[in-house]
Structures are given as structure tokens and as C-alpha cells.
Design a protein around this ligand. Structure first.
Ligand SMILES: [Zn+2]
Length: 258
């Protein structure tokens, strides 16, 4: 290939775009010839796209070679067909109908593409600041305002739980006595759980009295990181130090540390 030809190829926007592989779930376009990293990425990108553009689709075919979807109405005015790129895992959009003749009522009814996982993906940035309170009612209101999507309470609750698992991912449990009073609380932060596999496989446990107004005892499990620094794993506050409270702390820890 001579220099002039190569230059023309670089200047040809569609040529470059065809070679671009979509791997970002937040990618905001669905276009003919679009190359997606795999079928899963295409499915997520398409779900986001449908929510943003206020339509719903049926899956007609979803196998290892083909992904075929069509608009929810009977005319299939909008459809998309993607298939595998040779022996790679990539999926290329081969056909795309881009006009909708479907009923408005159908388009704004409960959005089937708005699954708990997809909503979780849309709202996750709201939870990066631990001080921000973003409730189920807030999610329902914002999804309706921003995407015209009407959500049911249960699904919204599940999506909120998913986000908290993704963003914070910490493990917290507590126990109350028969009289309903506080007995124990156990906390293992996400950062600790993620860090543990990279630490020295020795766990040190200890307990100390709490001198604040609420009293009780603090149990801590720690280890050492690769640099020899103390790395906290878990902590528990119990009413007092005894066999039962130690047992609860160690059983709770055991479920997380293998
Ligand atoms: Zn349509």
C-alpha cells in the first residue's frame, strides 16, 4: 500500500469507526457495522440504548452465533440483527431498522429492558459518596423524570441493593437479644475483603474494652500486608467478652476468610 492510500484510509472516518471495538457498557450508540467486544456487552449497550430512546424490544434469537431483537409491536418496524465476527467473540451489527411505528403507550409502559442490573448500572454513581442518601423513591422519581421509565418498588429495591453491593460491598451483620436489645455488630469492609488474598495468611485477633458512653468490647481481626504493615480485616462490637460473643465473632469471620 502506498503512502497516499494509507493517508486516505486514515482520513476516512467510517473506515476507522468500523475497526473500533465497543467494550464500554456505557457506550451510547447502536449503529450499523458496530463491532462489540462480545454478545454480553452488546446486550447491555442495547438495553441502555432502549431505555434512553424510550422503546422496548423482544429477543427473537439469542445464541452463540446470532443476536436478533425487534421492537415490541407487531410490525417489527425497528429491529437489529448482530452476529459473530468469524471465530472471535465479537458481535457485529449487520442489520438495523431505525424507525419506530410502535404505539406510544407501548413505548412508555413498564420498561422490560430496565432490569434491576441495568438500573443499578445507571444509578451507581449516586452512591459513591457515603454521605449521599438516595432512596428507592428517589430512584423511581429520577428514572421517570430522566428516562420516562415507570419502575415498580420491588425491582427498584433490588437494583439499589445491587449497587450497594457493587459500590460498598461490605459485610455487616448484627444480633439482638431476646429482649430486642443490641448484642453484637460485625463489620468487614469491602477493601479488607479484597485485600486479604494478597496478605500474609496469618490472622491475629484481639479484644479491648470500649470506654465510651455505650461501653462493650471491641474485637478486631488483622493481618499483615506484603510490606509488613498491619492490615485490618474485621471488627465486631459485643456487649461483653465471653465464650458466646467470641464464638459469634469467629463464626462471622469464618464465613468471609477462607
Ligand atoms: Zn418501536
Amino acid at each position: 500500500m502506498d503512502i497516499l492510500n494509507e493517508f486516505e484510509n486514515i482520513g476516512d472516518a467510517t473506515h476507522i469507526e468500523k475497526k473500533f471495538v465497543i467494550s464500554n457498557k456505557q457506550h451510547d450508540q447502536i449503529e450499523l457495522d458496530q463491532i462489540n467486544k462480545d454478545r454480553e456487552i452488546l446486550k447491555i449497550v442495547l438495553s441502555h440504548y432502549a431505555i434512553r430512546n424510550n422503546f422496548q424490544f423482544h429477543v427473537k434469537s439469542f445464541c452463540h452465533r446470532e443476536y436478533l431483537v425487534a421492537c415490541l409491536d407487531k410490525n417489527y418496524s425497528w429491529m437489529m440483527r448482530a452476529s459473530r465476527n468469524g471465530q472471535t467473540s465479537q458481535f457485529i451489527i449487520r442489520r438495523l431498522g431505525d424507525t419506530h411505528t410502535c404505539d406510544l403507550e407501548l413505548r412508555f409502559k413498564y420498561q422490560r429492558q430496565a432490569t434491576a442490573t441495568i438500573i443499578a448500572d445507571i444509578i451507581k454513581n449516586k452512591y459513591t459518596n457515603i454521605k449521599t442518601k438516595y432512596t428507592v423513591a428517589d430512584i423511581i422519581r429520577d428514572m421517570k423524570h430522566d428516562y420516562k421509565v415507570q419502575l415498580k418498588y420491588n425491582k427498584t429495591w433490588r437494583s439499589m441493593e445491587k449497587v450497594q453491593e457493587i459500590v460498598r460491598g461490605s459485610n455487616v451483620s448484627f444480633k439482638v437479644g431476646e429482649d430486642g436489645c443490641f448484642l453484637y455488630v460485625f463489620v468487614a469492609l469491602n477493601a479488607s475483603m479484597k485485600g486479604w488474598p494478597h496478605c500474609i495468611p496469618v490472622v491475629i485477633i484481639d479484644g479491648t474494652f470500649l470506654k465510651s458512653a455505650h461501653r462493650g468490647t471491641l474485637f478486631v481481626a488483622a493481618t499483615q500486608d506484603a510490606g509488613g504493615k498491619i492490615f485490618p480485616l474485621e471488627f465486631t462490637v459485643v456487649n461483653s467478652e465471653n465464650d458466646e460473643s467470641w464464638d459469634w465473632f469467629l463464626t462471622s469471620s469464618d464465613m468471609l476468610i477462607d
